[in-house]
Design a protein around this ligand. Structure first.
Ligand SMILES: *Cc1c(COP(=O)(O)O)cnc(C)c1O
Length: 394
């Protein structure tokens, strides 16, 4: 069949460029130590930054949620799928980040990908005079959300405030939306949020902050990037994901209640999809308690110790570190095949580190992306340091 042949030729091209992606099947709960194909591995590749994904209290809360609410929600939020657990979670999330917003309200989603589609389409829905200003290293879901919105999209270079200022000044759009990751997922650095917010307020633009990697992990109370930078503004539209540091799954948007009501009324990625199982919302309530409590504080402190340990221990000459103070620690190798070989060599030694190639990162910047978790011990991080230092010299 010619159609199949065409697809097959495209797959072969990917294979030739070392761009074929393969999945590994994990046989254990997510955590620092996992088993794949019967082999024990030390994993430095999940986004479970606080080590909560396998936490017994959350598994118990999920079981309790299932006995209270059953399994499926059965419908979209606007029909009959919006349950008590969803409502409680929205209230709790609005409180969680509400100190940084005006008239805060929160809205939950099944995934961060969908939340980002919903925000960017919702803020610009039916508005022929809208422009989205998107940071060049933004997550794929923000790029796709901007495309789906059909608004004009202008991309500004990474962390380039002057370029953004010029774009905003030149724009005649009535609705301006600046959108950025807070922690860049493949680089680990932080967006200059205070300066970005000042620019947005000056130009009358929304600032949409995707805090997928900051929620739960940043801030003294785990409230995320807005707490980390002590920001507060009615111009802020906040997106946090609940499947990374929070250890469960799903996402939410928090913003002024009028923004949230607009998303409920107009955002197709919110309206036309089945609500998440309510038991997940119930488990998330327990996760928020952990994040805000003593345990969350201790886990964030331990994670910071591990980041400092890695920073002090890595002595690389050819490979490039990126300046990152977060759990995301990239090591840029450049060449796709060399990056894949480095990843494979670590895997042979029982260390699982993500090898990231284009198009996830720009051409010529293939890298190892090591992520640390509060679930790691300092002996385990020492093992990673030794392996990376030795591997670079071979
Ligand atoms: C993971 C991630 C998302 C998507 O969130 P999911 O809940 O996994 O769909 C969005 N933005 C960024 C920056 C992410 O890292």
């Amino acid at each position: 069949m010619e159609l199949l042949n065409r697809l097959d030729r495209q797959l072969q091209t990917l294979e030739q460029h070392s761009l074929i992606r393969r999945r590994r099947t994990v046989e254990t709960p997510c955590g620092p130590r996992v088993r794949v194909a019967g082999r024990e591995l030390l994993a430095f590749c999940s986004n479970d930054y606080l080590g909560l994904a396998g936490h017994p209290a959350l598994a118990e809360a999920l079981r309790e949620g299932a006995s209270l609410y059953g399994v499926g929600s059965g419908a979209s939020h606007l029909i009959s799928g919006h349950g008590r657990a969803h409502a409680q979670l929205e209230e709790r999330l609005a409180q969680f980040v509400g100190a940084h917003l005006e008239s805060p309200r929160a809205l939950t989603f099944c995934t961060g990908y969908m939340a980002n589609l919903a925000v960017l389409t919702g803020l610009t829905a039916g508005d022929k005079d809208a422009e989205i200003f998107s940071e060049s290293l933004n997550h794929a879901s923000l790029i796709d959300g901007a495309r789906l919105s059909r608004a004009k999209v202008s991309v500004y270079p990474h962390a380039d405030l002057a370029a953004l200022d010029a774009l905003l000044a030149a724009s005649g759009a009535a609705t301006k939306v600046v959108v950025t990751d807070s922690v860049f997922s493949m680089d680990g650095d932080l967006a200059p949020l205070p300066a970005l917010l000042a620019l947005c307020e000056q130009h009358g633009a929304w600032l949409v902050v995707d805090d997928a990697h900051g929620f739960g992990a940043l801030g003294a109370n785990g409230h995320g990037a807005l707490e980390h930078f002590a920001l507060r503004s009615p111009y802020l539209v906040y997106m946090g994901t609940l499947g990374k540091a929070a250890g469960v799954g799903g996402a939410f948007v928090a913003a002024h209640e009028i923004v949230i009501e607009t998303l409920i009324q107009k955002s197709r990625p919110y309206i036309f999809t089945t609500a998440a199982p309510p038991a997940l919302a119930h488990a998330l309530l327990a996760s928020l308690d952990l994040l805000e409590g003593e345990e969350g504080r201790a886990r964030r402190a331990h994670l910071q110790t591990l980041v400092a340990q890695l920073d002090a221990g890595l002595q690389l000459k050819r490979w490039q570190r990126m300046p990152s103070s977060t759990a995301i620690q990239p090591i840029v190798i450049g060449d796709n095949a060399e990056t894949m070989n480095a990843g494979a060599a670590l895997y042979e030694q029982g260390l699982w580190v993500g090898a990231i190639r284009p198009p996830t990162v720009p051409l010529g910047t293939a890298r190892l992306r090591a992520t640390l978790s509060a679930g790691h011990t300092s002996a385990e991080v020492a093992q990673l340091i030794t392996a990376l230092n030795a591997l670079e010299r071979t």
